[in-house]
Design a protein around this ligand. Structure first.
Ligand code: UDP
Ligand code: MG
Length: 342
C-alpha cells in the first residue's frame, strides 16, 4: 500500500488541484493507496476542503486536523502516524513538487531503497534560500555521512520500517529528512522538477527559517556542545603558553619587556577564560547525554531473527519487538546515525 502525506497550512488555493493530481497519480499505481492531508491549524478554508474531500473519498483521502499551527514537521509526523502504507511519500501541499514525480520515487523504493530523496532541478526559490540550502546540505552531508544533495526537498519516499523508527523518536523538534537518513540503510536520489509557488506565499518567515536551521542542527548533532570544551582548552593552552613565554622573556630581558605586567594579566585572564569554557563544555557533555536520553530514539531498525525453528509470534510482533526502545547511547556524536552509535 502507498500513502501520500502532505502538510497543509493555509493552502486553500492549491488544495483542490493537489488532491486531484495526487488521486490521479495514486490510481495509476494500481495498488491500494491513501492520501493523508494534515491541516496544520490553517486559518483559511483548508480544513473545510480536506473534510469535504475525505467525505467524498472515504478511506482514500484521510484528513488529520490539528488544533493549531504546530509547524510543518510536526504536521508531517502527525500524518506519518496516521499513514498505513508500506511506502510513505511526503510532499508539500503548495504544488512546488509535482505529484506526477511520485512514480519515479516509487520505482526506486520498490528496488529496495528505504529512503528515496529528491533533488530539485532548476529550483524556483530566491537566491538567499538557495544559498542557505547549499550551506546546510554540505553540513548535513558531513555530519550524517549520508550523501544526499537536497535535504530541503520534502518530496521523499520512506519505507515503513523507517517511518516506524521516526514515530518512535520522542523529540519535539525534528527535521524529518535528516532524522530519517539516520535510520536508512539504502538511500537513493532522483531528480524532480520544481515549480514556482503559484498561490500564496512561502509559509516560512525569516524567524521560522532560522528556527528550522536550529532544529536541523540539533536533530543532526550535539557536537556544538563539545565545541565549548575545545574552545576552552585552546584558550587555556594559549594562556599557559603565553605565560610561560613571558616568564622566560622576563627573566632574560627584564621587567620592561613584559609591558610592566599587562601581558601577564592577559595570560592569567586567558587561562581563567579557558577554564570557564572547559567547565561549560563539561556541562554540555552532560546536557548532550540528557538530550540523547529524552529523545529516546530507537537504537536500531529492521532486524530479523534467523535460526529459530519455532519463531514466537507473528512477523509484525517480531518487528515491533525489534524496534523496542532501549536507552539512548551515551556517545555525543551518535545522534542522527544510530547505527554508528557507541
Ligand atoms: N507548512 C505547514 N505548517 C507550517 C508551515 C508550512 O504545514 O507552519 C506546510 C505548507 O503548507 C507546505 C509545506 O509545509 O505544504 C512547505 O511550506 P512552504 O511551501 O511555505 O515552504 P517553502 O517551499 O517555502 O520551503
Ligand atoms: Mg513551498
Amino acid at each position: 500500500m502507498l500513502s501520500i502525506v502532505a502538510p497543509v497550512y493555509n493552502e486553500e488555493a492549491s488544495l483542490p488541484e493537489l488532491i486531484r493530481r495526487c488521486l490521479a497519480v495514486g490510481h495509476q499505481q494500481g495498488e491500494r493507496f491513501e492520501l493523508v492531508l494534515v491541516d496544520d491549524g490553517s486559518a483559511d478554508q483548508s480544513a473545510k476542503l480536506i473534510t469535504e474531500a475525505a467525505g467524498s473519498h472515504p478511506d482514500v483521502v484521510i484528513g488529520v486536523l490539528l488544533g493549531r499551527n504546530c509547524g510543518q514537521h510536526a504536521a508531517l509526523m502527525a500524518g506519518l502516524a496516521e499513514s498505513r502504507g508500506d511506502v510513505v511519500v511526503t510532499i508539500d501541499a503548495d504544488l512546488q513538487n509535482p505529484p506526477e514525480e511520485i512514480p519515479k520515487l516509487l520505482a526506486l523504493s520498490r528496488q529496495g531503497y528505504d529512503v528515496v530523496g529528491s533533488v530539485r532541478l532548476n529550483r524556483q526559490d530566491s537566491l538567499f534560500r538557495r544559498l542557505m540550502s547549499r550551506m546546510i546540505n554540505a553540513a548535513v552531508r558531513r555530519s550524517t555521512g549520508v550523501m544526499m544533495h537536497d535535504y530541503g526537498c520534502m518530496l521523499r519516499a520512506y519505507d515503513r520500517d523507517v517511518v516506524n523508527a521516526l514515530l518512535q523518536c520522542r523529540e519535539r523538534s525534528t527535521f524529518i529528512p535528516v532524522l530519517a537518513n539516520g535510520f536508512a540503510s539504502r538511500t537513493a536520489e532522483v531528480e524532480v522538477a520544481h515549480a514556482r509557488r503559484d498561490s500564496g506565499d512561502s509559509k516560512y518567515s525569516l524567524w521560522k527559517l532560522i528556527n528550522l536551521q536550529f532544529d536541523l542542527l540539533t536533530t543532526m548533532t550535539t557536537a556544538p556542545l563539545r565545541l565549548l570544551s575545545v574552545v576552552g582548552a585552546l584558550l587555556a593552552i594559549a594562556g599557559l603558553g603565553g605565560g610561560l613565554l613571558l616568564m622566560v622573556m622576563r627573566l632574560s630581558y627584564g621587567a620592561d619587556w613584559a609591558a610592566n605586567g599587562v601581558l601577564t594579566v592577559l595570560a592569567i585572564v586567558l587561562v581563567f577564560m579557558g577554564l570557564q569554557f572547559i567547565a561549560l563544555g563539561l556541562l554540555g557533555e552532560y546536557i548532550g547525554r540528557i538530550f540523547n536520553d529524552v529523545r529516546e530514539r530507537p537504537r536500531y531498525v529492521k532486524s530479523r531473527v534467523v535460526g529459530r525453528r519455532d519463531p514466537v509470534g507473528t512477523a509484525a510482533q517480531q518487528a515491533t519487538a525489534a524496534l523496542a526502545r532501549v536507552p539512548a547511547a551515551p556517545g555525543l556524536h551518535d545522534t542522527a546515525t544510530p547505527r554508528k552509535a557507541g
